[in-house]
Design a protein around this ligand. Structure first.
Ligand SMILES: [Fe+2]
Length: 375
């Protein structure tokens, strides 16, 4: 059993790593099925081939050297499942917010309660939205007060509304998104709005962008980038629709935004899907904000001295098992940056769980909208 856990663990980690790379969807879909099959048939094949009695197999391996192969694999999986996995789980359970987070407050906004029904829409997977335990309509509004070194004193109290991963795919319905945007505005107009990618999952819903983003307003500027799901769609059409709503599109480019008389150097990173990445060799002086769909670009952000990085993409794993937490996280770092705030000097990274997902399912992992207050 422990070896099976280890077997599943390394499959999960490697699948997460592969999913972080810019492969075609059909390849990833096929690979996921192969992995699922391997997860089940691996231990069965082992039992049929060499039997489950470990001690008997050690004796047997003395006479039949080929037995060492599967036996060695089983022992390695037992160490992974019995030692490494519990240690990682314990480390993740005891992880606290870094000191950069002065305060984190959350309130739940239940669209189902507000509307009097579940806005399931007409998506391909709408039946999933009907499942009683599914939490896609209970959205967490997080207020995050961040203490950032080098923040110009004039920017104290500056607010950034951080939205991510709309995944327009029919479910949830349009009204769900509109109610969320109105709820954002009810908290007051933010100074900046940042949208960190994965806008649509089907070109059929391009027309939803204007009625959703049109609900928003801001004091200074709104910026947006695309994510891997937009890469699989008509990316230019998504950019045009967001631009028409007043968003500045930072697709692997930069813009200097005047914030209370001082320059905010805002850069968008859509890699590894959209290439080439942003050129930062001639960036002007100023506080640096990176909007990167994937938190995997944290190393790049640190090397180029970004003070704040805002990401989405990982959705917190969408399904979080009690104690264990997330499992499927499409990141090169597997579950490390699944959600939350990380202080890796000189960069403070916030990973938003996103508003939705292509598969409309959430369990112990509410969708999230973050209002960041800089201090
Ligand atoms: Fe996403």
């Amino acid at each position: 059993m422990i070896a099976w856990v280890g077997h599943g663990y390394w499959l999960m980690v490697t699948l997460n790593m592969i999913y972080s790379r810019p492969f075609h969807r059909s390849f990833l879909r096929t690979l996921r099925k192969i992995y699922g099959l391997f997860l089940v048939i691996g231990p069965l094949a082992f039992g049929i081939l060499v039997g489950f009695d470990l001690l008997a197999n050690i004796d047997r391996a003395a006479g039949e050297p080929w037995v060492w192969g599967p036996l060695g694999y089983m022992l390695a999986c037992a160490v992974l499942g019995g030692v490494w996995f519990p240690l990682v789980t314990l480390w993740r359970l005891t992880r606290r917010n870094p000191a950069a987070v002065l305060e984190e407050k959350t309130t739940m906004f239940d669209v189902e309660v507000e509307l009097g029904r579940r806005p399931v829409g007409d998506g391909k997977h709408k039946h999933v939205a009907e499942w009683s335990f599914n939490g896609i309509f209970q959205v967490e509004f997080t207020t995050l007060r961040l203490k950032l070194p080098d923040l110009p004193p004039a920017w104290r109290g500056l607010t950034i509304l951080h939205l991510s991963d709309l995944h327009l795919f029919g479910t949830p319905d349009l009204i769900h998104y509109q109610m969320l945007m109105r709820r954002c505005m009810a908290d007051g107009k933010p100074d900046l709005v940042v949208l960190s990618g994965d806008i649509i999952d089907d070109g059929k819903y391009l027309d939803w962008i204007a009625p959703i983003l049109g609900e928003l307003s801001w004091n200074i500027a709104a910026v947006a980038i695309l994510g891997n799901h937009d890469w699989w769609q008509d990316a230019d059409a998504v950019r045009e629709r967001m631009k028409a709503c007043g968003f500045r599109i930072l697709s692997n480019t930069s813009e200097v935004i005047d914030v209370r008389g001082l320059p905010l150097v805002a850069v968008g990173h859509e890699g590894p899907w959209f290439r080439p990445g942003p050129n930062v060799s001639a960036l002007p002086e100023g506080f640096r904000l990176l909007v990167s769909h994937s938190p995997d670009n944290i190393g790049w952000a640190r090397r180029h001295n970004f003070q704040l990085m805002l990401s989405g993409h990982n959705h917190g794993g969408q399904i979080r098992i009690p104690v264990v937490g997330s499992m499927f996280v499409p990141s090169w770092h597997s579950r490390k940056y699944d959600m939350g705030t990380f202080d890796e000097p000189p960069t403070v990274l916030h990973v938003n769980r996103g508003i939705a997902g292509k598969e409309p399912i959430r369990f112990r992992c509410p969708p999230q909208i973050t209002r960041i207050v800089l201090e």
